[in-house]
Design a protein around this ligand. Structure first.
Ligand code: PBG
Length: 336
C-alpha cells in the first residue's frame, strides 16, 4: 500500500540540509569553525618552595609547577603547537603582604619563571603573564586596600604599572592585567612605553565577571581571599557593561581583549567580537574545566568530545584565541 493509498500526505522536502552532512569528508569541507592548536593558550601555575609538581584537587590533571617542571611543560606545550602560555605565580605565604610586594620583585616567583621560559624558548611561543596582585597579597584582593579596607583603585594602578615593567623585563611578550581596576590598560601601556617596552602587548581582561566558576583557581593559587570581588569584577546580570569596558580598553590601547569565563558568557563574547577591531580572546576558566572533568570521571560525559565541542562553541561565538587548561590535550587531539 502506497503512502497515497494509506491517506498519508506525501511531502517531498524542498531543501535537504542533511545532504551536506552525508560523509565525514563533506562535513569537514563545510565546517565553518575550526579549532587549531595555535589558537590555544595554556594557563600554568608556578609555585615557590616546592620540590615536585603538586596536583590541584579540584582540577584533576592540572598541577602547580616547580620552576623546573614548568620549563618541561612549556617545552611540551610549544612542541604540541600550542599558541602561548599564560603564567600565574604562587608565592610562599611568607612572600605575601598587604601590597603584594613580591609581585613587583625581579626575584618573585612569577618573574623568575618568566625569565626561565624566555631563556629556554625565546620567541618560539608567546609568553603571557597575569598582571594582578591577588596571588601576592595576604588579603587576597586584586589590589591594595585603603584605610577602610576597600580596594583602592588608583593606588592599585601604580602597583600595576610597576608590575608591568618588571614582567616585561623578565621576558613577557604580553601582559594580562586581570584586576578590573578602572584605567588599568592605560596605566600599563604608559608604563611599558616609558620603560622602552613598546613591543610588549596588553591582553586586556575586558569583560571579567565576578564568577563562581573561578572556584578551583582559588585553590590553584592558594588564594587567601575572604569575601568577594564584586566591587571590581562585573555583575553576571550585565551585558551592556562589557561593551563599555570594551570601548574603554580599546581607547586605552589594548592589543587583545578578553571575555571571561567563556561558555556561560557566549552572548557577551559574541557582542564583544562584533564590535572589537582587535583579536578577541576568551578564557575557559577553572570551573569550566572542573565541570567537564567531574562529569567525565563519572562516565557522564565523553571527555574528548566535550572538550572539543566546548572549544568549538567558544570559537564560534567569536573568540579567535582561547585560554584553556585543555590546550595541550586539545592540540594533541587536533593534530597540527
Ligand atoms: C585573578 C584571576 C583569577 C582568574 C584568573 N586571574 C581569579 C579571580 O579573579 O578570582 C581565574 C582563572 C580561572 O578560574 O581559571 N588574578
Amino acid at each position: 500500500m502506497s503512502a497515497a493509498q494509506s491517506g498519508r500526505a506525501v511531502v517531498t522536502p524542498v531543501e535537504r540540509p542533511r545532504r551536506l552532512r552525508t560523509t565525514p569528508a563533506l562535513r569537514r569541507l563545510v565546517a565553518q569553525t575550526r579549532v587549531c592548536p595555535a589558537d590555544l593558550v595554556l594557563p600554568v601555575f608556578v609555585r615557590e618552595g616546592i620540590d615536585a609538581p603538586t596536583p590541584i584537587a579540584s582540577m584533576p590533571g592540572v598541577v602547580q609547577h616547580t620552576r623546573d617542571s614548568l620549563r618541561q611543560a612549556a617545552h611540551e606545550a610549544t612542541e604540541a603547537g600550542v599558541g602561548g602560555l599564560m603564567l600565574f605565580g604562587v608565592p610562599t605565604p611568607e612572600h605575601k603582604d598587604a601590597e603584594g610586594s613580591w609581585g613587583t620583585r625581579a626575584d618573585g616567583i612569577l618573574n623568575l619563571a618568566l625569565e626561565d621560559l624566555r631563556a629556554d624558548l625565546g620567541d618560539a611561543t608567546v609568553l603571557m603573564s597575569d598582571l594582578c596582585l591577588d596571588e601576592f597579597t595576604d588579603h587576597g584582593h586584586c589590589g591594595v586596600l585603603d584605610d577602610q579596607g576597600r580596594v583602592d583603585n588608583d593606588a592599585t594602578l601604580q602597583r600595576y604599572a610597576d608590575m608591568a615593567v618588571v614582567q616585561a623585563r623578565a621576558g613577557a611578550h604580553v601582559v594580562g592585567p586581570s584586576g578590573m581596576m578602572d584605567g588599568q590598560v592605560a596605566v600599563v601601556r604608559a608604563a611599558l612605553d616609558g620603560a622602552g617596552f613598546q613591543d610588549v602587548g596588553v591582553l586586556a581582561y575586558t569583560a571579567k565577571y565576578a564568577s563562581a566558576y573561578y572556584g578551583p583557581f582559588r585553590e590553584a593559587v592558594g588564594s587567601s581571599l575572604q569575601g568577594d570581588r564584586k566591587t571590581y569584577q562585573q555583575d553576571p546580570a550585565n551585558a551592556t557593561e562589557s561593551l563599555r569596558e570594551l570601548r574603554l580598553d580599546l581607547a586605552e590601547g589594548a592589543d587583545l581583549v578578553m571575555v571571561k569565563p567563556a561558555l556561560p558568557y557566549l552572548d557577551v563574547l559574541r557582542q564583544v567580537a562584533d564590535l572589537a577591531d582587535v583579536p578577541v580572546a576568551a578564557y575557559q576558566v577553572s570551573g569550566e574545566y572542573a565541570q567537564i572533568e567531574a562529569a567525565a570521571a563519572q562516565g557522564w560525559l565523553e571527555r574528548d568530545r566535550t572538550v572539543l565541542e566546548s572549544l568549538t562553541a567558544i570559537r564560534r561565538a567569536g573568540a579567535q584565541v582561547v585560554l584553556t587548561y585543555y590546550a595541550v590535550h586539545a592540540a594533541r587531539l587536533l593534530g597540527r
